[in-house]
Design a protein around this ligand. Structure first.
Ligand SMILES: [Zn+2]
Ligand SMILES: [Zn+2]
Length: 410
């Protein structure tokens, strides 16, 4: 009895080609539960990972003054996103007239410089031009006020013009006792027009002063830009260290989980266990975590630089763009076609097919009914039975075990 059980397990551990996918099919409810399990564990896992991200100290964010002087690269993709970077920060000063960011009123709080900026002497460079920048901010403020006044004036003028046109219409239609008096309206309109011209001139004048002051700032801005290049380099080094710590810390949780799941998967799959499907889903979850933390870590290390360089190259050379699209198409075909090929090859594995026919009492080679055959198939001549070397009875040549004595082929 014991040896029978032992043989049974031994058989299960062997190559299983006799079993079809459908025989071990997981019920749909099982898949729904597994998918639910995956979603919940992914959600919890990602929450845990992002909590771990906050364990090492993140590098200080650069001051809002840095915004116009720094151009971030691909590698900084998530370094100034989310909690790290405050999107509401706007620079206090407009260093150039064409500067796209809004200008804060002069009363706004000045920039709070990070340690790196202080170390690189950015604060001093800003202090040198404080007078000019204050002047620009002041002028900008005045200009804004005048623009507002101008738009109010414009709406008043438009209203008067409308009335004026109506009164002209009334005159043309010879309406007696019209509401509007043309002469009165004309005298009313005149000072408004004059006021408008004056305001437009004032605004232009202020704009000229702003651009003159901005011109004065240009050399200083160049200097700041150079300083901020160093600041950016330092900041990136700090981030690399931070990312390394975060990666190691997250890896401490993710990698053991991944390897345990990988081992479990291979163990169950070797045993052909019906629980393999659970391990498959768990392994997929673990792999997603591994890919996630690896992508974050390697992104800034090299992926971003490689992709950025490639992107530049692709954009520069049109033919390359076409080639890459074409290669992408071929790759898609290879990947998807390859997956289907592997699937088909497994299902239509000759050994599996032969066994399937045998169980249906058909010749493993030609599907002819085995009821009419003895040692050989009378239709195609395929050998069906052979003599067992141990008990000398007839046994199926394609089956591992003799049905008479239980002898197993090695
Ligand atoms: Zn046959
Ligand atoms: Zn035998």
């Amino acid at each position: 009895m014991f040896s029978f059980l032992k043989k049974k397990t031994g058989q299960a551990a062997g190559k299983d080609i006799g079993f079809e996918e459908r025989e071990r099919k997981t019920p749909i409810a099982g898949y729904v539960l597994l998918i639910a399990m995956t979603i919940v564990s992914l959600w919890l896992g990602f929450t845990a990972l992002s909590d771990l991200e906050n364990v090492p100290a993140k590098p200080q964010a650069l001051s809002s003054c840095s915004v116009p002087f720094i151009s971030y690269g691909w590698q900084d993709a998530w370094r100034f996103s989310g909690t790290y970077y405050e999107y509401s920060v706007k620079p206090v000063y407009s260093p150039e007239a064409a500067f796209p960011y809004q200008v804060r009123p002069p009363s706004a709080q000045p920039c709070v410089f990070s340690d790196i900026e202080t170390k690189r002497g950015v604060a001093g460079a800003f202090a040198q031009t404080k007078g000019t920048r204050d002047q620009i901010a002041n002028l900008q403020n005045q200009s804004n006020q005048k623009q507002n006044a101008l738009s109010q004036l414009d709406s008043q003028i438009n209203e008067l013009r409308r009335q004026y046109e109506l009164s002209i219409g009334e005159k043309g239609a010879k309406v007696s006792g019209g509401i509007y008096n043309i002469g009165e309206l004309q005298t009313k309109l005149k000072p408004f027009e004059e006021q408008k011209t004056a305001l437009v001139n004032e605004v232009a004048n202020i704009q000229n002063q702003i651009s003159a002051a901005s011109d004065q700032l240009k050399p200083f801005n160049e200097k700041l830009r150079a300083l901020y290049k160093e600041v950016l380099a330092d900041w990136r080094v700090q981030w690399r260290w931070y990312e390394l710590w975060a990666f190691l810390l997250q890896g401490l949780f993710v990698f053991p989980f991944f390897f345990i799941m990988l081992k479990t998967y291979f163990r169950l799959s070797a045993k052909n266990s019906p629980y393999t499907v659970i391990a498959t889903f768990t392994l997929a979850t673990a792999s997603i975590f591994v890919v996630k933390i690896a992508c974050v870590y390697f992104w800034s290390l090299l992926l971003a630089a490689i992709l950025e360089a490639l992107w530049d190259l692709i954009n520069r050379i049109q033919i390359l763009k076409s080639i890459i699209t074409y290669a992408g198409m071929l790759l898609t075909i290879v990947l998807f076609g390859g997956a289907v090929y592997l699937l088909q090859r497994k299902i239509f594995n000759p050994a599996r097919v032969a066994l399937r026919y045998l169980r249906d009492k058909r010749c493993p080679s030609c599907q002819f009914s085995l009821e009419l055959s003895k040692n050989f198939c009378p239709h195609c001549g395929e050998q069906i039975l052979e003599k067992c070397p141990k008990c000398h009875s007839a046994r199926f040549i394609r089956m591992a075990v003799c049905p008479h004595c239980g002898d197993r082929k090695t």
